[in-house]
Structures are given as structure tokens and as C-alpha cells.
Design a protein around this ligand. Structure first.
Ligand SMILES: Cc1ncc(COP(=O)(O)O)c(C=O)c1O
Length: 483
């Protein structure tokens, strides 16, 4: 297992103490030298620890005064750790998912799009991709008249490997295969390691697409307690795998960074521990890194794969949330399962359409993608904060809201015995769409996911305020903050 640098490990530990309230909000932290002495480390490392905590917004540096603990936005309570039964079970995903992807027509006649997890078209700044696509269509008509290569564009695969190297995660180009989006990557990974009726660990809540793939492949989902800020509970995974009901578990799918729907990010220590644990128990680890590049500030969080030196973690991703969902270009670095994944790829979809792979490789090569990402992250953060503010103002007192550090999804828990499906139906009648909690696992009847990727216009604001009123009406003992 790769070592976690000392500064990250110490920052993780101190951060946890702050977030869990063991270090009070506003409390003074040790000065640099004192911290170095306490932790038996160098002054340089202590400085790095404090800088990292500052970037994570958990510490405030007051020049010439010192460092102070800061809990994120006190006053807005966050949803609690989930408590699923940890029993592998067959799943059936609601038809609501299909509805969210079926609305057609012009923008004004479509429901207010707070449902599907999508950045708005203006955030995707697609002119550069359009130009590159036109260029490749002219330059290389074979990209349309041929199938392309089974593994995908060699240039794109080399570019992807180079990107992961930047976050200290070496991938071998031969193990990388281009897929039709991240969903195909997950699908291939599961097929490579599971047989029907095997159990698969998922976060609770988790992306409903995972549950759909499990359903389609005849696999069972085993939901494990997950904190909406710190992600999958590694302690719970350990308990499960050591117990009798962990015996049929073959794989674990996890989205460790800015997870969908809660926005949770696992600490480096938890990521390393999960990799080691799965290896010890022979459980295949499938990583969904879709939101890894959408961290608002600080270093890009490390993928699980960083902590894996045995090629055990199957790393999946795509450009769907950062560049072009319609391009359907994703990837899988399947490590020691690469040969099996390659064999399955042909059976599932033969190849991935080659034209857009070349166009995307151009953007990666020229630096346009990095410039675009910087803008996209800033816009996502601004939009997310704006919508959060409207939710806080408009939803009933006692509503809990997550404040993720990346992505564009807002996970909201309503107070009392709220019924998110009833709210969904009421809102749909008024042309407002969101993703109700029960799509994301068992329970979550009182939760909803709001997509903040759309530009926060007056129409979006009105829809959020209306949702707040409807939520309060459904729970008659609650009152909205603003009607
Ligand atoms: C966590 C997660 N994984 C996978 C997907 C699907 O990705 P793609 O469109 O690349 O297939 C989504 C889409 O919302 C997602 O949120």
C-alpha cells in the first residue's frame, strides 16, 4: 500500500477532531513549532498541515495571531450518518429515473431541471469541443466510416494516464480502455468480477445508476452506513466483511470524492484503509471518480487507486460532468482485470465512437481542458452556494443541508416525517423536477437531491421557493421560512 504523506495524515486527524467538535469552533490551534513538536515532525511538515487545513476551510489563519479551528458554516445542520441494514438484497429502481431522462421539448416547456445531475450547457463552454470535432470530421473521415480501436484512441489514453500522474496515481496506458461513459465502465467492471446473486457493497445513499446496473446484472446491493460528508464508513465495511453476512460479497463500488448524491469525500486515511481492507478480504474495489476533478479548492483529492499498488482498484470515470455528457466518452483503468474487461467490451458495445475521443484529446493536449475546469469549478461553487442559500431561506425550519466541497449536487433532508415521493408528485404537477431520496437506496424518504448545475435564474429561484412551500404544506406541523 502506498504511504500517505505525513502532512496529509496529520491534517486528516486534526480535521476530524474539528469536524466532530472535539476541537471547538474558534479554538486556537498550536503554533507551527509547537505542532511540529507535538506530532514529532518537521516544521516544514507542520506548515503543510496548517496550509492544507486552511485550504479545506477548517482552519482560519489570522496573520501574526495564529491558527483557529473553523467548523464549516455553523447554523446549517447537515444530514446524519445513514443506518442501513447491511443485508445484501435484490434492488428494483423506480421508473422516476427514466422519466427524468425522457422530458423533451424546448427549455420553457420542460420541467425546471433540478433532477438529473447535469451542469447547464453554458457551464460546459462547448465551443472549443465543437471546433475540434469539426476539425477531425474534415481531417479524418475514417473516424466516421470505421469502428475505431477496441481500446479507444491511443492519444486520449496517453493523455488520461498523464492526468492521473499529476495526482500521483500512475496508470499503465495498456490497462486503460475508453468506454461509453462511466456507466459502461462500471458495468464492465462488475461483469468482470461478479456472478449473478453476488453481493456488492454500495454507499448509502449511492448513485441510483449503480443500483440499476446491479438490478440488470442480477446482483445484490449491500448498503453500508455512509456519512454525507466523510463518505463510506470503513469501520462498517470491516464489520460486514468479518461477519457471516459478508460472505457473499464480491465487490464494492464507491464514489470516494464528491459523491453523488451527498457530495461526501472520504479522507485519505479512509481511502487507504478501504483499499487495504478490500484487498485483505478479496473484494474487488470499483472506484467511480466522476466528480474527482470538480473539487472547488485545494489539491485534487487523491483517487482510491493512488493507494493501490497491486492493480486491484478498477478506476472508472468520464467527461460527462466536466465537458460533454452527450459525448459519452468515459474510461476504465482495470488493473489486473484489464484483459477480462477488454474481452467484455467487445461483447457489450464493440468500441466507443472514435470522433469525439480525438476531439477531447485535443482539448487535453492544448491545456484548454484545464482552463475550462478552473472556470467550471468556480461557477459550480457559486451556483451551489446560491441555491443552498435559497433552500435555507425557503425550506421548513429544521431542514438539513449538506455543503459539499465540490460538484454541483445538493443533498437535503426535510424535517419531521416528510415524504419526498409525495413532494416529487406535487412538484411534478407544477413543472418542477428534482431527484427524490428513495431513488438512492433504502430509506431516504425524507431526502431530496437538487441539481445546482443549472444557472441560478429567477425561474430556478422561484422553483426552489415553491418546493419549500410544498414541503411545508405536506408536513402540516411545519412552516416555511419564507412564503
Ligand atoms: C456517480 C455517477 N457515476 C456515473 C454516472 C454516469 O456517468 P456517464 O454519463 O459518464 O455514464 C453518473 C451520472 O450522473 C454519476 O453521478
Amino acid at each position: 500500500m502506498a504511504d500517505i504523506p505525513a502532512y496529509r495524515r496529520i491534517a486528516d486527524e486534526i480535521g476530524k477532531l474539528i469536524l466532530e467538535g472535539h476541537i471547538a469552533d474558534g479554538a486556537r490551534l498550536p503554533a507551527v513549532r509547537e505542532l511540529a513538536m507535538q506530532r514529532g515532525t518537521s516544521v516544514t511538515t507542520a506548515v503543510e498541515v496548517l496550509r492544507l487545513l486552511e485550504r479545506r476551510d477548517l482552519v482560519e489563519a489570522r496573520p501574526r495571531v495564529g491558527y483557529f479551528a473553523r467548523r464549516p458554516r455553523p447554523g446549517v445542520p447537515e444530514p446524519a450518518m445513514s443506518r442501513p441494514r447491511m443485508q445484501a438484497r435484490q434492488v428494483r429502481v423506480s421508473d422516476v429515473v427514466a422519466q427524468m431522462f425522457s422530458a423533451d421539448g424546448d427549455d420553457a416547456s420542460r420541467p425546471v431541471p433540478l433532477g438529473a445531475a447535469l451542469p447547464g450547457p453554458e457551464l460546459l463552454h462547448s465551443a472549443a469541443l465543437q471546433r475540434a470535432t469539426a476539425r477531425w470530421t474534415r481531417r479524418s473521415p475514417r473516424l466516421l466510416t470505421g469502428y475505431g480501436l477496441l481500446d479507444g484512441s491511443p492519444r486520449l489514453r496517453r493523455r488520461l494516464a498523464a492526468r492521473y500522474l499529476r495526482c500521483a496515481t500512475p496508470l499503465d496506458v495498456p490497462e486503460l480502455l475508453i468506454t461509453n461513459g462511466c456507466m459502461e465502465a462500471i458495468n464492465l467492471a462488475l461483469r468482470a468480477v461478479c456472478r449473478p446473486r453476488d453481493g456488492v457493497i454500495v454507499e448509502s445513499p449511492c448513485y441510483f445508476g449503480f443500483l440499476q446496473v446491479l438490478e440488470a446484472l442480477g446482483l445484490k446491493a449491500c448498503e453500508v452506513p455512509t456519512h454525507p460528508r466523510t463518505g463510506l464508513s470503513v469501520a462498517a465495511v470491516e464489520r460486514l466483511l468479518s461477519a457471516a453476512n459478508g460472505r457473499g460479497i464480491r465487490a464494492c463500488i464507491v464514489s470516494p470524492t464528491n459523491s453523488n448524491p451527498s457530495g461526501a469525500t472520504m479522507s485519505d486515511a479512509d481511502k487507504a484503509a478501504l483499499v487495504a481492507l478490500c484487498r485483505r478480504h478479496g473484494v474487488a474495489l470499483i472506484e467511480d471518480d466522476l466528480y474527482g476533478e470538480l473539487q472547488f479548492s485545494g489539491a485534487r483529492p487523491l483517487p482510491l487507486r493512488h493507494f493501490d499498488t497491486h492493480g486491484e482498484v478498477m478506476l472508472c470515470g468520464s467527461f460527462s460532468k466536466t465537458l460533454a455528457p452527450g459525448a459519452r466518452v468515459g474510461w476504465i483503468a482495470a488493473g489486473r482485470h484489464a484483459a477480462e474487461v477488454r474481452r467484455l467490451k467487445f461483447a457489450v458495445s464493440v468500441t466507443t465512437a472514435p470522433l469525439l475521443q480525438e476531439a477531447i484529446a485535443d482539448l487535453l493536449e492544448g491545456g484548454a481542458y484545464d482552463r475550462h475546469l478552473r472556470r467550471l469549478r468556480a461557477e459550480c461553487e457559486r451556483q451551489l452556494r446560491q441555491v443552498t442559500q435559497w433552500v435555507i431561506e425557503a425550506f421548513p425550519v429544521g431542514t438539513r443541508v449538506m455543503q459539499p466541497q465540490g460538484g454541483f449536487l445538493l443533498w437535503v433532508q426535510l424535517p419531521g416525517a416528510a415524504d419526498a415521493m409525495a413532494l416529487y408528485r406535487g412538484a411534478a404537477d407544477e413543472g418542477i423536477e428534482f431527484a427524490p431520496g428513495p431513488l438512492f437506496g433504502s430509506g431516504f424518504a425524507d431526502c431530496l437531491r437538487i441539481n445546482c448545475g443549472q444557472r441560478p435564474t429567477r425561474r430556478i429561484e422561484d422553483a426552489i421557493r415553491r418546493l419549500g412551500v410544498l414541503a411545508a404544506e405536506l408536513a402540516t406541523d411545519l412552516a416555511p421560512r419564507a412564503a
